[in-house]
Ligand binder design. Structure first.
Ligand SMILES: NC(=O)c1ccc[n+]([C@@H]2O[C@H](COP(=O)([O-])OP(=O)(O)OC[C@H]3O[C@@H](n4cnc5c(N)ncnc54)[C@H](OP(=O)(O)O)[C@@H]3O)[C@@H](O)[C@H]2O)c1
Length: 347
């Protein structure tokens, strides 16, 4: 299904500042229901192609039991139609796994999605894997799957036990790929340590125009050791939209086929040669269509990426943005929000 069509683009046909996709090993594959080819990247350890934009589910896919959620089925349907395959979730995300599992089954796409999931488990004693094993079993049930495509050690919790266990699961066939994740910039070098040791199929890291620490060690290490890179927080948890609120896109962005700020931020992320797939999350059907638009048209080259960054840095407020609250103007009413509120109320 994922065989590349190999639609290379000659650099001679592209405007200045636009990267010929073949030079950065991005390919174009026909996965959309409209038949349009989209940008994909190869997983280094297998050669399997995946679309360079996926879907995150933290907060956005966590709904209270009985709460409205039809909009999330629409997000998944439109994601699929636009060629989306990679969905990132976790047992830590409240009911997100259940939501993904229910709607993937209802849409008849359950086995065709590439599910990136996570394990956050310690154990009853040092070296005990019973909690992690129960977590896997529950995820398989919630997602209606017989195996998980990618299992990641969530936030490096108990990584010395969990990563060897993930490798065992891969050998035994319960998972296809093994990875580690974190989202705090302070842990980016620790992720790089794990990648440099070798033997990982994937690493997932926080990377955006707002958070670029991964460029120093992690992304070069992943390219060197053949680890695929998933990117979380590509919009800096929606804070980047606050920065550009009411501002027009610069004219040079149009040459890249960029039609929105979301596509600007995403094309910047996926044009880094080491990045395999960015994982923007959304609860809004119109936003998923917008985000998947970044899979079409040319990607920026190194100089144009630099120009895109400088443009954002020149906007007043950029320097303070990283210190501002997550998800400005958003309200997600799921089990995670409820539990966090209840705990705060007891303090
Ligand atoms: N491994 C880890 O430790 C870890 C940590 C953090 C995140 N992650 C993964 O990475 C995923 C993405 O990160 P994130 O969700 O934290 O942050 P993000 O993707 O940077 O930002 C998500 C926010 O952007 C908004 N948004 C999305 N598309 C938009 C558009 N086109 N226009 C305007 N607003 C838009 C969403 O609001 P709307 O709902 O209104 O669209 C949402 O509030 C997560 O869902 C999760 O799967 C993993």
């Amino acid at each position: 299904m994922l065989r590349a069509l190999g639609l290379g683009i000659s650099s001679a046909l592209l405007p200045a500042g636009v990267l010929a996709t073949s030079r950065i090993t991005a390919q174009r594959v026909n996965l959309t229901t409209s038949g349009e080819a989209i940008i994909t990247r190869a997983i280094p350890s297998s050669g399997e192609q995946v679309p360079a934009i996926g879907l995150g589910t933290f907060m956005t896919f966590d709904v209270l039991p009985g709460g409205p959620r039809d909009h999330l089925k629409e997000v998944m349907r439109l994601f699929w139609e636009a060629g989306g395959r990679v969905i990132d979730t976790s047992p830590l995300y409240g009911t997100a796994e259940v939501t993904v599992g229910d709607f993937a089954t209802a849409l008849g796409i359950g086995d065709q999605l590439f599910i990136a999931n996570k394990i956050w488990a310690t154990g009853e004693y040092l070296g005990d894997v019973s909690h992690a094993t129960r977590s896997l079993e529950r995820s398989l049930q919630r997602l209606w799957r017989e195996r998980i495509d990618l299992m990641q050690c969530h936030s490096l919790v108990n990584a010395d036990v969990v990563v060897p266990l993930l490798r065992a699961w891969k050998k035994e066939g319960q998972v296809r790929y093994v990875g580690v994740t974190h989202h705090e910039p302070a842990y980016t070098d620790l992720l790089a340590d794990w990648v440099e040791r070798g033997g990982l199929d994937f690493v997932q890291v926080n990377y955006s125009v707002l958070e670029r620490r991964a460029e120093e060690r992690l992304l070069p290490a992943a390219a060197d050791r053949g680890a695929a890179v998933l990117v979380n927080m590509p919009f800096g948890k929606a804070r980047l939209f606050k920065l550009v609120e009411g501002r027009p896109l610069p004219d040079f962005a149009r040459e890249l086929g960029i039609e929105s700020w979301a596509q600007y931020f995403l094309k910047w992320v996926i044009s880094h040669p080491a990045v395999t797939c960015a994982l923007p999350s959304t609860s809004n059907p119109a936003h998923v269509v917008d985000n998947m638009g970044a899979l079409r048209g040319p990607l920026p080259d190194r100089r144009t990426r630099e120009r895109m960054l400088r443009h954002l840095e020149s906007i007043p407020g950029f320097d303070e943005l990283a210190g501002t609250p997550w998800y400005p103007d958003k309200q997600y009413r799921g089990t995670v929000t409820r539990a966090q509120g209840e705990l705060r109320a007891r303090q």
